[in-house]
Design a protein around this ligand. Structure first.
Ligand SMILES: C[S@@+](CC[C@H](N)C(=O)[O-])C[C@H]1O[C@@H](n2cnc3c(N)ncnc32)[C@H](O)[C@@H]1O
Length: 406
């Protein structure tokens, strides 16, 4: 029998003391290996490391730690990092940034003897039986980015979210939701009777708006989520789009145009590229669907808006797309390399405190501020657009129109 390798972890991180967290994460009791140990073999379900000092993200060592994790963790494994004491959320957010882009933090456990609080994007929960000898500190749990953005994960997430994503007519948030889709859907230029594709359609409203504006001869739409495609098909039918057809698929290998079909006069992709784990094949995919001389309307969240920058600095837990998103300038450059020339840009959805005000309006005010907030948004977008969109950092989303010139 070999003696176990000497531990580099502090004594208070003895694995029995965090057994409750290991179980909560669904890891086998003996599944956790020590990240720093040279004895740790590849394909481990869980890895554990302790960080030191008040600001462990400061010296750049997290990148090396993430690289080591990448070598030995199983594809769906979990990296657990322990920070002793009471690190603040901004400190934890810097640790998250130090692990990115290899790992993405999915849970934060705040521990003290007898207590454990779990935070995820879905909410907070106190864990029972945390153990009187639990250490005092914070345990961050991170998955590989590829796992969080894997095709299976994406389909599952959006199948579950599909009904909510469609919006509820008559609810306080619905006018704002539909205004955003109309703005993007009507940003294109195409002749009457155009053939239109909605690329990552969700509930289908962007393509439907475009099809109505241009009296489309056909509307095609696709999404990885079968639930989304079914809802989009029902919405297109209810909206009176005569020739509408959907399919499931990913932007990296789009299911349209089908064999023998020509590419489209107008392609729209709203809020999708930030979900692509690697933008290169996704952009190649979207470019191939646009006919020569055709138009691409593409939009997404603005990663560097005032509000999103503040969220990144203060919150350790964020949806992966907020870290993964590209700026409109980055997308424009990448599309220029694929034969597209830029025609127009706009910014929409006023940033903080407007999203927060919309939330309060929906949750607590029963829609009292729906119309004032919508008019403020419309006015701000119109003014920014009229000036050539110089103020995009004041908005949480962008949209561009580009023409395929080659
Ligand atoms: C934020 S929703 C936007 C939906 C719709 N375009 C809209 O504006 O309402 C993002 C959608 O992108 C889809 N999606 C995620 N990854 C994708 C990919 N790689 N290719 C195409 N669509 C994808 C999701 O299933 C989801 O329906």
């Amino acid at each position: 029998m070999h003696a176990p390798p000497p531990s580099t972890l502090p004594a208070d991180l003895d694995r029995t003391r965090i057994a409750r967290i290991v179980a909560d994460l669904g890891l086998p009791a003996d599944g956790l290996a020590e990240l720093a140990s040279s004895e740790t073999a590849a394909n481990r379900p869980g890895l554990l490391a302790a960080l030191e000092g008040p600001d462990p993200a400061a010296d750049g060592s997290l990148a090396a730690l993430a690289a080591r994790g990448d070598e030995v963790l199983a594809p769906d494994g979990l990296l657990l990092l322990f920070l002793p004491g009471r690190p603040t959320d901004p400190q934890l957010a810097r640790v998250r940034d130090g692990l990115w882009p290899r790992f993405h933090v999915v849970a934060v456990y705040t521990l003290a003897p007898g207590r454990a609080l779990r935070r995820t994007l879905q909410g907070e929960r106190s864990l029972e039986q945390a153990g009187a000898d639990a250490p005092t500190g914070v345990l961050l749990a991170a998955h590989r980015r590829e796992h969080v953005q894997s095709p299976a994960f994406t389909v599952e997430k959006f199948d579950q979210a599909a009904a909510g994503w469609n919006g509820t007519p008559g609810s306080p948030g619905y006018p704002h939701f539909r205004w955003m889709r109309r703005l993007v859907g009507r940003f294109g230029r195409a002749p009457a009777g155009a053939r239109i594709l909605d690329f990552g359609c969700g509930a289908g409203w962007v393509g439907i708006e475009a099809a109505q504006k241009h009296s489309a001869s056909e509307l095609r739409f696709f999404d990885p989520s079968g639930e989304m495609v079914a809802i989009a098909a029902a919405n297109a039918e209810a909206s009176g789009i005569a020739d509408a057809r959907g399919a499931t698929g990913f932007g990296e290998r789009p299911p349209f145009p089908t064999g023998g079909e020509a590419p489209f006069d107008l392609v729209l992709s709203s809020g999708v590229i930030s979900f692509a784990p690697d933008p290169t094949p996704w952009l190649d995919g979207v470019a191939a669907t646009v006919a020569p001389g055709g138009v691409l309307v593409i939009g997404d969240l603005h990663r560097d808006s005032r509000g999103f920058r503040r969220r990144r600095a203060r919150r350790p837990l964020l949806p992966v797309r907020e870290l993964n998103a590209l700026t409109r300038e980055e997308v424009c450059t990448a599309l220029a390399q694929r034969g597209f020339s830029h025609e127009a840009s706009a910014a929409y959805q006023l940033t903080r405190p407007f999203p927060e005000a919309l939330h309060v309006n929906e949750e607590r005010l029963g829609g009292l501020l729906t119309w004032p907030l919508l008019w403020a948004n419309r006015l701000a977008t119109a003014v920014d657009r009229g000036l050539g969109s110089p103020a995009q950092d004041q908005f949480d989303s962008w949209v561009m129109r580009l023409r395929r010139t080659d």
